[in-house]
Design a protein around this ligand. Structure first.
Ligand code: NAD
Length: 504
């Protein structure tokens, strides 16, 4: 799969997947997937048009009655089969993910692919466990119960940073609950979403339940969000695009789920294990080259530990090995594209005007010069209101700031528009408990930062969006609850009719 010709062969039928079949986009425009480690072209494909989106929505609408009418057990079995098909393709999926994103193969093999397999297995089980309040005679005169029903066609839009996992997070809870899906992956990274959809067909999931349209955000993306046949929009991406998506979805009165940007704080109290905190900060700021919505981006360190922490983080960052993503000894690959690398570099160049770049701050040369690489970068002295502390850089860049009191540390941590994730480092149970209460984020770790798990929800507070991915909480997004009420009195004149008829 690392070989360009195999990729071209594998996707020769096009980068769309509609009604259980691959097809070519009909927009008349093409896009080239580039290997960011080398700058070499991997695959040129035709982008989806509005007509392709229409066809995908029609296929999903056509598949909805039978799929939503299948028993939870039947959907569960189909997802178990999907888990097994995906497991058989694990190495191909890992290679495709590393090729299109530049992820180190170790990360693809040990995080992206196993995470996706586990998610699939989780939703195979969860499909049979939709929750609701017990049926009962709450009014006295009626039996009430709830039906948790599928919503219809879900239009999903995913980013490029974890293409396989994002496809899985979007598709699995939706179809487990009986919906059908049209997913638009990022144009730059469509390969593993397409492989996921093909695996669904191989697993016997009916045609039209999972459709992929690979098109540009502005046309295929907006057309999907505004489409009258789409009942719900589920978007993962930047807050800026999320706002636009929200406008369009709201205008057409759709259910909306938004997983947006992050700027996660990493709060180190003075009783923390300094070595654990330093290792944690380096791993959590550099994972996926920092292109992770929950990555540690702002470390606040209580004054007694500040100097030693900064020095140790710089030392550990300097030991991280950049290299060929397909070499298992590589720690850090390139960023997703040269354009994105240049955007990250521009943030750091601007930061030189108001802060100190302690280590990194440049692209490596030599054998890596042709790739979109950027060195792990540590910034100190950036003011709290500066761009380096407030904006989502989405690269291997960590800002470290000191604080004095616990109140101050927690207040600074909460002082950005985002609220996706946060961590606190302390050996004190009261401090830890206070941090979990007061940090305004959808996930708070104590003495760790990054791990996620299928059984637990992932989603933001504040400008990081709303709604949850993964876990049974995601069914709150992908189902609608209907209250059903049966009269038990069998009389014509019900008690409450007195409001109209009085005593007559
Ligand atoms: P992006 O917002 O640029 O693009 C995301 C997707 O939206 C892509 O498929 C893109 O083609 C599409 N898009 C672009 N413009 C559109 C429009 N006008 N209408 C409809 N769709 C449009 O984000 P990105 O650069 O691909 O990904 C990085 C961002 O994703 C970061 O902000 C990151 O924090 C966020 N992210 C969030 C989570 C989370 O769980 N909260 C997870 C992963 C990534």
């Amino acid at each position: 799969m690392g070989n360009r010709f195999q990729v071209e062969e594998r996707f020769a039928d096009g980068a769309q997947y509609i009604g259980g079949r691959p097809s070519h986009g009909s927009s008349g425009r093409s896009h080239t997937v580039v290997d960011p480690a080398t700058g070499k072209e991997v695959l040129t494909y035709a982008l989806a048009s509005a007509a392709d989106v229409d066809a995908a929505v029609a296929a999903a609408e056509g598949a909805f009655p039978a799929w939503s009418g299948a028993t939870p057990g039947e959907r569960s079995e189909a997802l178990h089969r999907l888990a097994s098909v995906l497991a058989g393709q694990a190495e191909d999926l890992a290679c495709a993910e590393s090729l299109q994103c530049g992820k180190p193969i170790r990360l693809s093999r040990e995080f992206d692919v196993p995470g996706t397999l586990d998610n699939t297995a989780f939703f195979a089980g969860a499909a049979r466990h939709l929750q609701g309040q017990a049926a009962a005679e709450y009014s006295g005169d009626h039996t009430s119960y709830v039906r948790r029903e599928a919503i219809g066609v879900v239009g999903s839009i995913a980013p490029w940073n974890y293409p396989l996992q994002m496809a899985a997070w979007k598709i699995l809870p939706a179809i487990a609950a009986g919906n059908t899906v049209v997913l638009k992956p990022a144009e730059t990274t469509p390969l593993t979403s397409l492989m996921f959809a093909r695996a669904a067909t191989e697993a016997g999931i009916p045609d039209g339940v999972v459709n992929i349209v690979t098109g540009a955000g502005r046309d295929a993306g907006e057309h999907l969000v505004g489409h009258p046949g789409v009942a719900m929009t589920s978007f993962t991406g930047s807050t800026a695009v999320g706002r636009r998506v929200a406008e369009i979805a709201t205008a057409s009165v759709k259910r909306l789920h938004l997983e947006l940007g992050g700027k996660a704080p990493f709060v180190v109290f003075d009783d923390a294990d300094p070595e654990a905190a330093a290792h944690g900060a380096v791993a959590a700021s550099l994972i996926n080259s920092g292109q992770d919505c929950t990555a540690a981006t702002r470390a606040y360190v209580q004054r007694p530990l500040y100097e030693a922490f900064t020095a140790r983080v710089a030392e550990l960052m300097e030991g991280v090995r950049l290299g060929d993503p397909f070499d298992p000894s590589t720690d850090l690959g390139p960023l997703v594209s040269h354009a994105h690398r240049d955007r990250v570099a521009a943030f750091v160049e601007r930061a030189r005007g108001y802060a100190t770049v302690v280590t990194g701050g440049s692209a490596p040369g030599g054998a890596l010069a042709g790739g979109a690489y950027y060195r792990p970068t540590l910034i100190t002295g950036a003011p709290q209101d500066s761009e380096a502390v407030q904006a989502e850089i989405f690269g291997p860049v960590l800002a470290v700031l000191p604080f004095d009191t616990d109140d101050e540390g927690l207040a600074l941590a909460n002082d950005t528009p985002y609220g996706l994730a946060a961590s606190a480092w302390t050996r004190g149970v009261y401090r830890a408990n206070r941090a979990t209460r007061e940090l305004r984020a959808g996930c708070v770790w104590i003495n760790d930062h990054i791990p996620i798990i299928s059984e637990m929800p992932h989603g933001g507070y504040k400008a990081s969006g709303f709604g949850k991915d993964m876990s049974s909480y995601s069914f709150e997004e992908y189902t609608q609850v209907k209250h059903v009420m049966y009269d038990n009195t069998a009389v014509a004149a019900k008690d409450w009719h007195r409001t109209i008829f009085g005593d007559r």
